[in-house]
Structures are given as structure tokens and as C-alpha cells.
Design a binder for this molecule. Structure first.
Ligand code: C2E
Ligand code: MG
Ligand code: MG
Ligand code: MG
Length: 279
């Protein structure tokens, strides 16, 4: 089953499956069981520099539901937040990503692994302590971990969020703003929060070949990020033309299907080793 959704195919829901997913009562039980019985897995998607050398990987959670098959995180993460499971799922993601980063590191593969942390998780007071404790537990060099936050993290408890971010950065963990440009408060928080990486949302890149407006927006975001000393990543790059345009705009890093789809850990390390041999 897991192999079916592995490589390149997403299975979309029939309306029947949709109704099942929307049955919150059922999902609550299913999520509980999924946590107990290890139905989650992390996939890894490379981030590369302009020479296409891998500089890191984003860990993306996958749920292989015993009856419904693959359920995308865009569907079950919001549900898990609502139903009170996000802390447990977040803990799994953190431990597994850190364990994997350390395993690769011990094999001589230095890959910075980024995890996604939702706004709900950031609201927990002991968030930074949890992360630092896990990093220590696995003896993982902290620079091998990055945390991706979305703009919604800055809508509530701004002081606590800033304190959490400071603790993580002081420990050497990298902080990225994900899906930049899709939130509401882009420019007001960006002045007040110390971070390392800004990821331009795919929605601005999808039409970059044809839209002068989008190209101008992307070019401005890149310039602004670099002026602020941030690394800038373009998400969701699918074509060589898009890649060439971002290269011309001097974007730092690229992530997208053009380079590779998210893949299981073993496939990622094979892919990475093959790349190291080539260069
Ligand atoms: P995100 O963090 O912005 O992750 C990027 C999403 O874009 C991923 O979808 C990835 O598979 C997809 N993507 C990458 N390159 C391309 C491309 O070239 N074209 C297209 N069409 N898509 C591309 P995915 O894995 O379905 O994840 C969706 C969202 O779910 C993520 O967006 C993130 O917000 C959330 N998510 C995923 N894993 C986790 C997790 O472990 N914890 C939390 N809290 N959220 C997660
Ligand atoms: Mg992300
Ligand atoms: Mg993103
Ligand atoms: Mg996105």
C-alpha cells in the first residue's frame, strides 16, 4: 500500500471518501489509531542551490490510512489541529526527522532537515524546550534541524512566539518562514522577527513565465530577503524555464518537482549519494 502512493502519484478522493474524511467522529478514532500503530511516515524533498547541489531536505508527513489509502497532509493536519492530535503528531515528526538527520550525518551525509510546525504547535509554551530536548536526546548537531513556520504563527501570542524562535535560534536551529506572501501580516512581522530563511509560496511562482506582475513580486521578495540577510527559497518549481528565471533573479535555493518529488528516506539517501558521485 505504502508503495502505491510512494513515487509519483497522488490518489485523489472520490466523493465517497470525502464524506468519510469529513466524518470527524470517525477521523478522531482513526487519527488516534494512526498514532498508536505507526501509520505515519516522513517523506523528504530536496532543496538545492543554483548549481543544483542539495543543501537540505524538507520532511513532509504521509499518512497511509488502512482503508482510505493516502490522505494528504493538507487534509488531515488541519483536522488533527481541531481534534487535538497535533502535539502528538508534531512530536512524532520532530523525533523522526531529528533521528534521520543524525543517522545521515553519521553516514557522512550532512543534510539539514526542515520540519513543518503549525501555528497551534507554536502556541505551546514549552515548544522550544521540547525541540531542544529531542535534539539532545539524539545527539543531533542543532544546525541539522530547521523549523518552517507559516505567517499564521504570528497572529497570536506574538511575544511567546518570538521568545520560542529566539531560544531555537540561540541553540543553532534555523528558522524559515513558509508560504511567504499568503498570510495577512507579511511586512509587519518580518521587521520584528529574527529568522534565517524565507520561502516564497508556490502561488507566486506558478505563473512566473507569463505574468510580469508575478515576476515583479518575486523579484522584489528576493531583493528584500537578501537585503535583510535571509536565504530565499522558491517553492514548487516544476519547469526549466522557471528555474532559469529564478537563477537570473539570483534566488538562493530551489525546491520542486523539477528537482525531485518528496520521497521516502531510503530513496532520498540513494538520490543524494548518486548526486555526490556525479559531482
Ligand atoms: P508546505 O510546507 O508548503 O510543503 C510544500 C508542499 O508542496 C508539499 O505538499 C510538497 O509535496 C508540495 N510540492 C513541492 N514541490 C512541488 C511542485 O513542484 N509542485 C506542486 N504542485 N507541489 C509541490 P504536501 O506534502 O502535500 O504538504 C502540504 C502541506 O501540509 C505543507 O505545505 C505543510 O503546510 C503541511 N505539512 C506537511 N507535512 C507536515 C508536518 O509534518 N507537520 C505539519 N504541521 N504540517 C505539515
Ligand atoms: Mg514547509
Ligand atoms: Mg511551503
Ligand atoms: Mg506552500
Amino acid at each position: 500500500q505504502a508503495k502505491d502512493f510512494g513515487r509519483n502519484s497522488y490518489r485523489f478522493f472520490s466523493s465517497e471518501q470525502h464524506r468519510l474524511v469529513q466524518s470527524r467522529y470517525r477521523m478522531s478514532g482513526d487519527l488516534h489509531r494512526a498514532i498508536e500503530t505507526d501509520q505515519f511516515q516522513l517523506y523528504y524533498q530536496p532543496k538545492v542551490d543554483l548549481q543544483r547541489q542539495t543543501v537540505g531536505a524538507e520532511a513532509l508527513i504521509r499518512w497511509s490510512h488502512p482503508e482510505l489509502g493516502f490522505i494528504p497532509p493538507g487534509e488531515f493536519i488541519p483536522l488533527a489541529e481541531d481534534l487535538g492530535f497535533i502535539d502528538q503528531i508534531g512530536h512524532y515528526v520532530l523525533c523522526e526527522a531529528v533521528r534521520q538527520a543524525k543517522e545521515w550525518y553519521d553516514q557522512g551525509l550532512s543534510v539539514q532537515v526542515a520540519i513543518n510546525v503549525s501555528a497551534k504547535q507554536m502556541q505551546r509554551r514549552d515548544m522550544a524546550e521540547e525541540v531542544l530536548q529531542v535534539v539532545e536526546q539524539y545527539s543531533c548537531p542543532p544546525h541539522l534541524l530547521a523549523v518552517e513556520l507559516t505567517e499564521t504563527s504570528f497572529l497570536h501570542c506574538l511575544d511567546e512566539t518570538r521568545a520560542t524562535i529566539k531560544k531555537l535560534r540561540d541553540a543553532g536551529i534555523s528558522i524559515a518562514i513558509d508560504d511567504f506572501g499568503t498570510g495577512f501580516s507579511s511586512l509587519s512581522y518580518i521587521r520584528n522577527i529574527d529568522m534565517d530563511v524565507l520561502k516564497i509560496d508556490r502561488s507566486f511562482l506558478i505563473n512566473i513565465e507569463n505574468s510580469d506582475v508575478d515576476r515583479t513580486i518575486v523579484s522584489s521578495i528576493i531583493e528584500m530577503s537578501q537585503a535583510m540577510g535571509l536565504q530565499v527559497v522558491a517553492e514548487g518549481i516544476e519547469t526549466e524555464t522557471q528555474f532559469a528565471m529564478l537563477k537570473a533573479l539570483n534566488c538562493d535555493q530551489i525546491q520542486g518537482y523539477l528537482i525531485a518529488r518528496p520521497m521516502p528516506a531510503e530513496n532520498f539517501s540513494d538520490w543524494f549519494k548518486a548526486q555526490l558521485k556525479e559531482s
